[in-house]
Design a protein around this ligand. Structure first.
Ligand code: SF4
Length: 260
């Protein structure tokens, strides 16, 4: 403890907090899908039990009020810096009440002179048709999770094992048709790589259908249940290997950010 105090002092923590570029709320651990490879799913042993809980909005207000005081204090060294307020899940659109209250608070109660706030969300898009007007109105940066075409997305299923692809695509296309400018500027895609897709298929799907360059992530290979290791190994694909198996890998490599 003494050693830590020697190197990290309260003012260092405050400095980091006051300059934080992003605040992410896990607004619920509930989800309306049950993807085979979900980090909270059957492959893994290293997560807390999912209890369909929602994050109380009071806790968010406490944090935001505390940060607002810091932002307005003498230690505020970076005026008008951008702060992303991000919503994550589970599926964040399953707790819209929380999101609406936080957005309202940020827009109307926080001091706008010292920080510029932007909103962002990662979503599976299943409820997008219900809430797109709101997300567009508040200029959310939207990251939609989708693994490519229908076959590529076969691991994205609901609790009854039904494929989610058609529902996701219907909503994505609805958003694109109703709000083309918003779609162009604020929507991006996030794909998971596995044995039912490849970097090339993912790239080609999003480039040709939406003129977007998606980000690609690998399956998390830590915390695997021993009895699921074989199944996991069959599903796992390495992104660099998959990239170099692409016909036009130099173009894809130049354009894409691969995440592991
Ligand atoms: S949408 Fe995300 S949180 Fe929900 S089951 Fe799929 S991977 Fe898990």
């Amino acid at each position: 403890m003494k050693m830590i105090k020697k190197y990290i002092q309260a003012k260092d923590i405050e400095y980091s907090l006051v300059n934080t570029p992003q605040i992410t709320f896990e607004v619920t651990d509930a989800c309306n899908l049950k993807c085979t490879y979900c980090g909270y799913g059957e492959f893994y042993s290293d997560y807390d039990t999912r209890e369909n809980k929602i994050l109380p909005v009071k806790k968010a207000m406490l944090l935001l009020n505390y940060l607002n005081n810091l932002w307005n204090s003498a230690q505020n060294t970076s005026l008008k810096k951008e702060v992303y307020i991000s919503f994550y899940g589970g599926e964040p659109l399953m707790n819209m009440q929380f999101i609406r209250q936080v957005v309202d608070f940020v827009e109307n109660e926080l001091e706008q002179q010292v920080r510029k706030f932007s909103f962002s969300m990662t979503t599976n898009a299943i409820l997008l048709h219900k809430y797109m007007d709101y997300l567009v109105k508040h200029d959310f940066n939207l990251l939609i999770s989708l693994d490519g075409n229908r076959d590529n997305t076969a691991y994205r299923i609901d609790k009854n094992g039904n494929p989610a692809f058609d529902r996701i695509i219907r909503n994505v296309n609805l958003l694109k048709d109703i709000y083309p400018n918003y779609f162009l500027k604020k929507v991006n895609f996030n794909a998971v790589l596995h044995n039912k897709n490849s970097v090339e298929e993912i790239y080609t799907f999003f480039k040709s259908n939406y003129n977007k360059i998606p980000s690609v992530g690998e399956l998390n290979n830590t915390g695997i249940r021993p009895e699921k290791q074989g199944e996991f190994n069959r599903a796992y694909r390495n992104s660099t290997e998959s990239l170099y198996q692409s016909e036009n890998y130099s173009e894809i490599e130049k354009n894409m950010a691969l995440r592991s």
